[in-house]
Design a protein around this ligand. Structure first.
Ligand SMILES: Nc1ncnc2c1ncn2[C@@H]1O[C@H](COP(=O)(O)OP(=O)(O)OP(=O)(O)O)[C@@H](O)[C@H]1O
Length: 240
């Protein structure tokens, strides 16, 4: 299932993700709000980190920057050693499809397509045939316990089921970097456990780096490191 020819060049780079001096200031009328302040972060290939922090500490802001959905005020993000700073919107979109898997808090599944089509989509965009894509998508749906619901559209699925489809979609391309915002928020313990096992397997097989934002300390502790976002910077979590 390797797609090494499409993978970000990592031959000389064991750091899949690097943030250098990452700063995001929101301009709010007369007062600026500095949410990320010279943040530094390094995540190795195959490493999974959890990001915890109080509400409003900037976790979603950080994920949006890492996924190229927003641009930093200052600083730089390197994925597989490559800076995404100078990329145009179109180039970032392409880069995201090729190298990043994103699980948003609100799924963002395409309402008019079935679960199977939603999970197949990133592969079809990459140029795989429909049948090839559907085959791989089915394997992922199976892994998240959603294969029997593959022909259903998101509107016919529960919140937790949609979440599982979104996770399958994020992982189907074996991305270099996986960004997850509360991935197991809607899931019962058994299903959450299945998802954690799948994350372990993908990290190991594909050497993907994971950044998982969560309020759930059990999920956080399952990752290789737990970092706390506070006052715009990340530091090892000591609240445990
Ligand atoms: N587009 C924006 N314009 C101005 N301020 C913003 C914008 N987006 C977020 N903020 C502010 O930036 C701060 C960080 O928000 P963010 O959503 O990143 O926090 P969070 O840690 O994800 O919070 P939660 O855990 O509640 O989801 C908050 O004070 C928020 O009000």
């Amino acid at each position: 299932m390797s797609n090494s020819h499409e993978r970000v060049e990592t031959a000389t780079h064991d750091n899949m993700l690097e943030c250098r001096g990452l700063t995001r200031v929101y301009q709010e009328g007369p007062q600026d709000l500095t949410v990320l302040d010279n943040l530094e972060l390094t995540v190795a290939a195959g490493e999974r980190i959890a990001v915890v922090g109080s509400s409003g500490s900037g976790k979603t802001t950080l994920l949006n920057l890492l996924g190229g959905l927003d641009r930093p005020t200052q600083g730089e993000i390197l994925i597989g050693g490559r800076s995404i700073k100078g990329l145009s919107e179109a180039a970032i979109g392409k880069f995201r499809n090729q190298h990043i898997g994103f699980v948003y808090q609100f799924h963002h599944l395409l309402a008019e397509f079935t679960a199977l089509e939603n999970v197949s989509m990133p592969l079809i965009i990459r140029g795989q045939s429909r049948s090839e894509a559907a085959k791989k998508a089915n394997i992922l749906l199976e892994r998240v316990g959603m294969a029997p619901r593959g022909e259903h559209k998101p509107g016919e699925l529960s919140g937790g089921e949609r979440q599982r489809v979104a996770i399958a979609r994020a992982l189907v391309t074996d991305p270099s970097l996986v960004l997850m915002d509360e991935p197991t928020g809607n899931l019962d313990q058994t299903t959450a456990r299945q998802i954690l096992d799948l994350m372990d397997e993908v990290a190991e097989r594909s050497r993907s780096a994971f950044v998982v934002v969560t309020h759930d300390m059990a999920i956080a502790r399952h990752q290789d490191r737990v970092l706390r976002l506070d006052k715009g910077r990340l530091a090892p979590d000591t609240t445990g």
